[in-house]
Ligand binder design. Structure first.
Ligand code: FES
Length: 168
């Protein structure tokens, strides 16, 4: 099996049924672009390219306008995301306490880099700025779970724990 990061699912594999339902729901409301895009992201986990073309056509807006919104707001994602989002803080306190080693260990174990997703869509990895808990440096998070005083051993424990979790 390829260990390459997950790429966008080919256009022909995207079922637009849910996107159409989201658009139907907001079609008549003013200022509907944001809720439509949010609804599509909630349904697919990201905003697939074919849904952008669909939204452009049905809301009568330029695709460039939609891309403008999607790239301006950090909450939107244009690529599939993992079930578990691993964030490692690389702020100053965490950096001083060895965040780089933690990051590199995750990269090595998962076979992905910053802002990438494993092919099985289990993990997305992100380096992030200070998470506001510098006393626990170096700090990592998996979705809403926080892990302080990170070590290489804890990286392995985290991966073992989340490998055992269901995907849904
Ligand atoms: S620098 Fe990492 S939590 Fe503040």
């Amino acid at each position: 099996m390829s260990n390459a990061p997950a790429e966008e699912i080919p256009a022909e594999e995207i079922d637009l049924t849910e996107a159409n339902e989201v658009i139907d729901k907001y079609l008549k409301l003013p200022g509907n672009l944001m809720p439509v895009l949010q609804g599509i992201q909630d349904a697919y986990g990201y905003v697939p390219k074919p849904t952008i073309d669909l939204v452009a056509e049905r809301l009568n807006v330029y695709p460039s306008q939609i891309y403008g919104v999607l790239t301006f707001y950090a909450q939107f994602h244009l690529k599939p995301r993992g079930r578990f989002i691993i964030r490692v803080c690389v702020g100053t306190a965490c950096h001083v306490q060895g965040a780089e080693r933690i990051t590199e260990t995750f990269f090595g174990r998962l076979g992905i880099g910053h802002a990438e997703t494993t092919p099985d869509l289990r993990y997305t990895f992100e380096k992030v700025a200070c998470l506001g808990a510098c006393g626990m440096a170096p700090l990592a998070m998996v979705n809403d779970d926080t892990f302080g005083k990170m070590t290489v051993q804890k990286v392995d424990e985290i991966i073992e724990t989340y490998n055992a979790r269901p995907m849904k």
